[in-house]
Design a protein around this ligand. Structure first.
Ligand SMILES: Cc1ncc(COP(=O)(O)O)c(C=O)c1O
Length: 364
């Protein structure tokens, strides 16, 4: 969506015209990515415009600046006030507020220290970021790009340079027909999307990647965790290996259903499973715990998907009351080597009388 201009922009303590907010091509930021910024929603409420957690956002801006040794002449309170004044001067809400601090025109080399610090705040209308405006979901994929490692560029800072990594993730996702890409961190653990933190609902708990997995400490993430805790929902920030497993089995246990879930291997939510070429895989494994009944595992492939007359490949297992890991070689299923299109767990007992959970499902 093209940027919709507004009347005024706040620059180093003064309001200037939108058209006058220009920088020189030799500004340090243009060449070396030396900026830190914020993205803040301003909502319309019954009592007027409300900037979402204005203080926390400006604190993060100051923190990002500190990491990059950018000295800002304004306090958090002054920056919050500037933001409030700007929204009210422009009269633009609901919308977006974009404070940005960068190294301006000074010297040409990498050393940024002698380049002046410029502080701008812009406010303009901007709708929903990922969806078309409603509450519909979007298709996401796991990116082939890795999120920046903590000892390269700190994800703790919301710096412009970090978004070169985000751009690679985003462009690849769009080129492949998705709306957004999810990056793994340098250790192969779930990190975040190119422009948002991630949450999974799994076994009644709320999972999110820990800050250590190269995620931006999102203000929305913080609010979500707080609201979940207030609602007595357990929040887990898995440190080790099981985020990916949980994501792979992003469906939840649905007591009484016939099919517990089908697919979503690399796509959280109910999106279609990305095809997995079985000729390069040997087995499927998962952990399960349940009511002691026997269940059926279905493996759906492109040609054995239950739709063309061929039944999906199946095998059975018992969901014992203690967590137990099962590994089934694909030879068990007599799959025909065509692409895997879904995994299903079928009840073998009477409706409403089963209960079991699956965790860390992996296709190896
Ligand atoms: C990479 C990335 N992670 C997470 C977030 C979410 O941050 P917040 O909730 O503070 O807006 C953003 C927002 O722009 C982002 O760009």
């Amino acid at each position: 969506m093209a940027i919709q201009k507004t009347d005024r922009i706040w620059h180093n303590g003064k309001f200037i015209k939108w058209e006058d907010a220009n920088i020189h091509v030799m500004s340090h930021v243009v060449h070396y990515g030396s900026s830190v910024f914020e993205g803040i929603r301003c909502y319309e409420t019954k009592s007027g415009p409300a900037i979402f957690r204005a203080s926390e956002h400006m604190q993060r801006l100051l923190d990002s600046s500190k990491i990059y040794r950018m000295e800002i002449d304004y306090s958090r309170e002054q920056l919050v006030q500037a933001m409030v004044d700007l929204v009210s001067t422009n009269g633009v809400w609901p919308g977006y507020v974009r404070p940005i601090v960068f190294r301006g025109y000074g010297e040409a080399g990498v050393n940024p220290i002698h380049c002046p610090i410029e502080v701008y705040i812009v406010n303009f209308p901007w709708g929903k970021y990922l969806s078309k405006g409603g509450d519909e979901g979007v298709d996401v994929c796991v990116s082939s790009w890795t999120r920046i490692a903590p000892n390269t560029l700190p994800a703790m800072a919301k710096s412009g340079a970090n978004y070169m990594n985000s751009q690679l993730i985003k462009m690849e996702a769009i080129a492949n027909g998705y709306v957004e890409g999810i990056a793994l961190d340098a250790n192969g653990l779930i990190s975040e999307g190119s422009g948002e933190n991630l949450f999974l609902v799994h076994k009644g708990k709320l999972l999110t990647a820990p800050i250590a997995n190269s995620v931006l400490p999102g203000i929305t993430r913080d609010s979500t965790i707080q609201i979940a805790r207030d609602l007595k929902i357990e929040v887990v920030e898995p440190g080790a290996s099981n985020t990916k497993g949980a994501m792979q089995v992003s469906g939840e246990v649905i007591p009484g259903g016939q099919f517990i879930f089908a697919g979503a291997l690399y796509s959280p939510g109910a999106g279609p499973m990305q095809p997995v070429n079985l000729s390069k895989k040997n087995s499927i494994s998962f952990w399960t715990k349940g009511d002691g009944n026997t269940y059926t595992l279905l493996v759906l492939t492109a040609s054995r998907n239950g739709q063309n007359g061929e039944a999906p490949a199946m095998t059975s297992f018992t969901a014992a009351p203690e967590w137990k890991q099962y590994t089934f070689p694909f030879s068990t299923f007599e799959t025909d080597g065509s692409d895997l299109s879904g995994i299903g767990f079928l009840r073998a007992q009477e409706a409403g009388k089963f209960q079991f959970e699956i965790d860390e499902l992996e296709i190896k």
